[in-house]
Each structure stands twice: as C-alpha cells, then as structure tokens.
Design a protein around this ligand. Structure first.
Ligand code: FES
Length: 172
C-alpha cells in the first residue's frame, strides 16, 4: 500500500453534506439495524468523495462522522486505511495500477514504468494539467486478467503498454 498524503483542509466543520448526499447515505444506513449506523461508513465516505470531485477533506470526514454519529477518529482510520479514499485533490482520471503478486508476475512493473514515462509523474502524483492521478494499489480482485488497472470505475485487464496507450488516448 502506498503512503497516504496529509489530509487537506478546508477547516474543521466547514463542510455540510448536501441533501442528495444525505439521501444516498440514508439508503445505505437503512440496510443495517439502527444501532449499527456505522456499518454504512465506507459507503458514506465513497458517496461524499464522489460528490466532492474525488477526494475527502478533513471537513468531509467530520461531516460524515457527525451524520453517522460515529467517532471522528474511526472515520479517519477507515479513510486513511483504504486506498480508494483520497485525502487530497486528484486528477480527472484516477489510474490505479495493481502491483500485487499476480499482476507483478504478469508484468505490472512494465506497465507502471510505461505509465510513469508517458505521464511524467510518479505514483501518488497528478499530471500538471490535472488530467491524471497515478497510483499503485493492492489486489483489486481481477487477478485472472493480470496485469490490470482501474481507471475511474472501469477495470482494464490483460494490459500491455500499447493497450495502455489506447486507453489513455480514449480519455478526455
Ligand atoms: S493481483 Fe492484481 S488484481 Fe489481483
């Protein structure tokens, strides 16, 4: 797992979850017994992140904690543990390259080298034009298609440098 960046501002308490976000979180809360609202925490963080252009500020973490009535430290622990949560702004397209064992054996190092060359950034960085953020991640459960990467919500499997180029060229 790659190191997480510091959680960016805005200041504590500044974020108010929109009605649409709260409604979507409520949909997940309803799946669990009332005394286990915290079970919806991962979904709530994903929803808040998507609503905020792909990342979560400290204000968002606090707002989610308050809405689910859970300890802010628990929210921070979850948000900093899982690689799908971003704690600083990201590019328009987030590229997550799996470097776990199956993908490594099938060439993920070559794929990463090609991406860092082509994009001019290292893992954890965003291109200066704000188009791409590049990350390495642990197994994404698509080992049969190794090597693979996730771009946004889409899995791309059986990658080669040429296939990576075609994927990048197809993105705005
Ligand atoms: S090891 Fe890459 S998807 Fe499982």
């Amino acid at each position: 797992m790659t190191a997480k960046p510091e959680i960016a501002s805005p200041a504590v308490g500044e974020v108010v979850l929109s009605a649409a976000v709260r409604e979507e979180i409520d949909h997940w809360v309803a799946k669990y017994p009332p005394e286990h609202k915290q079970s919806a925490l991962m979904a709530a963080l994903r929803i808040a992140q998507e609503d905020n252009g792909g990342w979560l500020s400290q204000g968002h973490l606090n707002a989610v904690a308050e809405y689910l009535q859970v300890a802010p430290t628990l929210v921070t622990e979850v948000a900093t543990f899982y690689s799908m949560y971003e704690l600083a702004p990201v590019g328009r397209h987030k590229i997550c390259v799996c470097t776990n064992i199956s993908c490594m054996l099938r060439g993920s190092e070559e794929i990463m080298a090609h991406l860092t060359d082509r994009l001019g950034v290292d893992p954890g960085q965003t291109t200066p034009d704000g188009r791409f953020t590049l990350k390495t991640v642990e197994c994404l459960g698509a080992c049969v298609g190794a090597p693979m990467m996730q771009v946004g919500r889409t899995y791309h499997e059986h990658l080669t440098p040429e296939r990576v180029d075609r994927i990048l060229d197809s993105l705005e």
